[in-house]
Each structure stands twice: as structure tokens, then as C-alpha cells.
Design a protein around this ligand. Structure first.
Ligand SMILES: [Zn+2]
Length: 154
């Protein structure tokens, strides 16, 4: 799987991660299917609260609202515009999914209300004077986890 990441989205992440300091922040990834296994992130919602230095706890209400709003803005064209997955920051750890992260992704895939056949997880880490670190993987309902290629757009 390949994910295209617009500059506007990664620039907003850099700003927010810097501001959040040692606190984890996160949200949902909303995007467009480009055909085959290519997707573009169009929006990333932002939940600033609920995170500690070692943990991000997603607020299902925030996420449900973000997903519903996106579907309204994109005319309920679910085949083309849909939920892609989750993102959060790891200010103090490498951008690999933790055991908690893996459990959270499995819960999301098991949740019939989300109805996702896959869910991506982007983990971000801000480093001063460097490009944003991004660890990306895709989770499937059979328990699989595979790496994703992230292409940063200009
Ligand atoms: Zn994490």
C-alpha cells in the first residue's frame, strides 16, 4: 500500500507536534482512494487532549464526528472518500506501534460501526531541524500488519 501525503497535512503536523511538546496527540486520517492500493490523505483530524507523554487515548466521539463531517463534505461517496485510519505522535519513542497501539488498531477493525476492511496507522515524531519522522503500517482484520510506503508531496 502507498499513501500520498500532501505538504499542507505534514506542515500542520509539524506545527502541532512542536506545540504539544512531550504530550502525545492524534486523530483520524481521512482520504481518497486513487485506485489499486494507492490512497491520498486529504484531512487529518486533531485531538489535542487525552494524551500523556507515553500514551494517546483516542476519543471515539471526536473521531466519529470527524468521520461524519468528512462524509458530508465529500457527498457520501464512500468508495472514493473514506476513513483511512489513525495517526498519533510519539514524542519520546521511536515511530513503531506499541503493544497498546496494536491492540487499539485491532479494536477499531473489530468495531462494526467503523466497518473498515483495513486501517492505517501513522506514527509521527518531531525532531528539531529535521524532517518529520513517520512510521506507517496498515492493519487488516486477519491480524496482519504490513509497512506502508509514504510519499510526501510538494
Ligand atoms: Zn503509540
Amino acid at each position: 500500500m502507498k499513501i500520498l501525503l500532501p505538504k499542507a497535512v505534514s506542515a500542520a503536523w509539524r506545527r502541532e507536534l512542536k506545540q504539544a511538546g512531550q504530550r502525545e496527540i492524534g486523530g483520524v486520517l481521512l482520504g481518497e482512494a486513487l485506485g489499486g492500493d494507492e490512497f491520498r490523505v486529504l484531512e487529518a483530524s486533531l485531538q489535542r487532549d487525552g494524551g500523556s507523554p507515553a500514551r494517546f487515548v483516542r476519543d471515539p466521539e471526536h473521531h466519529g464526528k470527524a468521520i461524519r463531517g468528512f462524509h458530508e463534505r465529500t457527498g457520501h461517496d464512500y468508495r472514493r472518500f473514506n476513513y483511512l485510519g489513525e495517526w498519533h505522535s510519539h514524542p519520546s519513542f521511536p515511530t513503531r506501534p506499541s503493544q497498546d497501539d496494536i491492540c487499539a488498531m485491532r479494536d477499531i477493525l473489530a468495531d462494526g460501526r467503523v466497518g473498515a476492511t483495513f486501517a492505517c496507522l501513522l506514527i509521527l515524531r518531531h525532531r528539531p531541524f529535521r524532517r518529520l519522522d513517520i512510521g506507517a503500517s496498515v492493519f487488516t482484520p486477519d491480524g496482519g500488519i504490513s509497512p506502508i510506503v509514504v510519499k510526501r508531496e510538494r
